[in-house]
Design a protein around this ligand. Structure first.
Ligand SMILES: Nc1ncnc2c1ncn2[C@@H]1O[C@H](COP(=O)(O)OP(=O)(O)O)[C@@H](O)[C@H]1O
Ligand SMILES: [Mg+2]
Length: 195
């Protein structure tokens, strides 16, 4: 499920500008520029040998507790479970001695957090809400609880909204209950915060 690899560095010099790029290589992919960051990860823009774009989420093993490692395995399992245009696709998962790497569908529009404070036309807002509703319906249909829905975990790619970061997600059977306290405080319902 998670392929073992050696990660590798490669230096490339542009013959025209002489500018240098240090690429990190994992499996059939390489990446360099950081495009985002979360509590446990650094996300960079990656490419395959044909030049197709990806997002590479690197998670340092040193930072992971046993419980977080279990959650990462669940993140991988859940992302592979759902095939929907509104859920970020996971193409491959690797581990080196020090890191895990998730090769993800690249979302060129970034996350919704970066739209805060910007004026958007009403049609755009309607589009976002309608796609978000569809995305959440897909999760419900698969009995998936995301448990960390927030602007920075909702991405845009060519005007299509995609849910990302299934880092604390889990699936729930019909006769099961969930009572774990998790998520991001600023996005929690008051009754949850109150305990
Ligand atoms: N597939 C992607 N395409 C583009 N940017 C991404 C992608 N995945 C993550 N990012 C960026 O990286 C940030 C951190 O990724 P995320 O999966 O939320 O990590 P964490 O689990 O550490 O919170 C996101 O908020 C977003 O800005
Ligand atoms: Mg996140």
């Amino acid at each position: 499920m998670v392929e073992d690899i050696e990660s590798d560095l490669e230096l490339e010099v542009d013959p025209k500008t002489k500018s240098k790029t240090i690429w990190k290589k994992v499996g059939a992919y390489r990446f360099s520029k950081e495009i985002g960051r979360g509590a446990f990860s650094v996300v960079s823009k990656g490419y395959d040998v044909e030049g197709n774009e990806y997002a590479v989420k690197q998670i340092s093993k040193a930072k992971l507790t046993a419980e977080q490692l279990k959650a990462l395995k669940e993140e991988i399992r859940i992302m592979r479970l759902v095939k929907s245009e509104h859920i970020v696709k996971l193409y491959a998962a690797y581990q080196s001695k020090d890191n895990y790497y998730l090769i993800l569908e690249y979302c060129s529009g970034g996350d919704l957090d970066s739209l805060v404070g910007k004026r958007l036309p009403e049609s755009k807002i309607k589009q976002i809400i309608s796609q978000l509703t569809k995305a959440l319906k897909t999760l419900t249909d698969h009995s998936i609880m995301h448990r960390d829905l927030k602007l920075s975990n909702i991405l845009i790619s060519n005007d299509i909204l995609k849910l990302a970061d299934f880092g604390v997600a889990r699936t729930l059977g019909s006769n099961q209950f969930a009572n774990t306290f998790c998520g991001t405080p600023l996005y929690m319902a008051p009754e949850i915060l109150a305990g």
